[in-house]
Design a protein around this ligand. Sequence first.
Ligand code: 4NP
Length: 159
Amino acid sequence: MNHRLLFVCLGNICRSPAAEGVFLHQLKSQGLEEQFVVDSAGTGGWHVGRSADSRMRAAAAQRGIVLSSRARQIKLEDLKTFDLILTMDADNLINVQSLAKELGQMATAKIKPMLSYASKTSVQEVPDPYYGGDAGFEEVLDLLEDACAGLLAELRSKA
Ligand code: 4NP
C-alpha cells in the first residue's frame, strides 16, 4: 500500500498540523511510515511559513507527539497529487470541494470529513481551538487520536 494523505483546516497552524502529527506518530508506532506520504495545508494563506501554534505544539508534546510542519495553503494541484483529503470542519469541506469543482476531471482525490473516521464521539467537526483556552487543544487532540486510529485501521484493512 502507498497512500498520499492531506489534512486540511483553515489556518494550517492548529488542527491540520495536529492531525498530521498524530497520524505520523501512529504510523511510526506501527512501523508504517514508509508506506505513506502525509502533509497538511490550510484553505487560508495568512499563516504561510509559520510553525504550528505554540499552544498546539505544547499540548501535542505532552502526548509525545512532535509537530514540525510549516503552514502552507492548499493548491489546486493537491487535488490530483493526494489520494485522500481529510477536512476538519464543514467550511473546510465546502472549500476543498469547490477547488475540486474548479479543477474538474483532474481532481482525483477523495475528500472526507476527518471525524467520519472517529468512533468514540458523535461530534462531526474538529472545533477551531485558536481563540479558546487550553482545553480546546486537548479536545482537538482527543478527537484526532480517535479519528486517526480509525482512518489507519480502515486503510490497513483495504491494503
Ligand atoms: P486552524 O486554526 O484552522 O486549526 O489552523 C486557526 C488558526 C488561525 C486562524 C483561524 C483558525 N486565524 O484566523 O488566524
